[in-house]
Design a protein around this ligand. Structure first.
Ligand code: AMP
Length: 233
């Protein structure tokens, strides 16, 4: 258990996972749930983009992988998540947005949780039909500073091109271009069915992501709150 304090009380800690295609609303919904439950959310995409912005050769390589829409290697992502969980897992748990994306990563996560004496994850799968996703992704904008997500069509910033939280100029992600989006869908389609199969015997919930975001949020909160009640009982 490298880096973990053995006295840390994880008795109420639970890891919540978001599965879903690019643009399915994982980032928005996990940020919302994080605020409502008062538990942090960790996006592996944000983690990797931060790593890629450094001025090193490996960062440049990573930047190219991200811009291509390909998945980063399992070992790199697993190491980053392991380091983060072992260093600072809050006592009430954490939300993982965008991890695991392959069965190998899911197995790695189970191993990490097992070593930390934590229960298996609560898995929330946002299932969204494909057609609206490309439009949603090409109109997505993000604050490079606080990571808040906006959408030019469905959720524009009240400050125009600037972030409502901190006034930073909003940016389009380098991988939110149409050709890269197609590649990211392909990667997701290859990995999704085996992952859903992997979690079929677990605490897995498929959520209809084609509804209003408010309805989706309400269902997510119900599921997570029920699970928290059970853990506290
Ligand atoms: P996201 O912000 O979740 O859409 O992720 C953006 C990009 O980061 C993906 O297209 C991948 O290149 C990379 N990435 C994020 N999470 C993972 C992961 N769990 N495994 C491999 N690559 C990832």
């Amino acid at each position: 258990m490298s880096g973990i304090s053995r006295n840390t009380n994880y008795s109420r800690a639970r890891v919540i996972l978001f599965l879903g295609a690019p643009g399915s609303g994982k980032g928005t919904q996990s940020a919302w749930l994080s605020a409502r439950l008062g538990i942090p959310s960790l996006s592996t995409g944000d983690l990797l983009r931060a790593e890629a912005s450094r001025n090193t050769l490996s960062a440049l390589k990573l930047r190219r992988t991200l811009a291509s829409g390909k998945l980063v290697s399992d070992s790199m992502v697993c190491n980053a998540v392991r380091t983060r969980l072992e260093r600072e897992l809050p006592s009430n748990g954490i939300i993982l947005d965008g991890f695991p994306r392959t069965v190998a990563q899911a197995e790695c996560l189970d191993q990490i949780l097992g070593q930390m004496g934590l229960p298996g994850p609560l898995v929330l799968h946002l299932d969204v039909s494909r057609e609206p996703l490309i439009r949603r992704l090409t109109s997505r904008r993000q604050c490079p500073s606080c990571k808040a997500i906006y959408n030019l069509i469905s959720r524009p910033s009240s400050k125009g091109d600037l972030c409502e939280n901190d006034g930073t100029a909003l940016a389009q992600r380098e991988d939110d271009t149409e050709s890269t989006i197609v590649r990211r869908f392909t990667e997701f389609d290859l990995a999704c069915a085996p992952l859903v199969e992997y979690y079929s015997a677990a605490d897995y919930h498929r959520i209809d992501g084609d509804r209003d975001p408010e309805l989706i949020s309400a269902e997510l909160l119900d599921i997570a709150a029920l699970q928290q009640e059970r853990a506290a009982a």
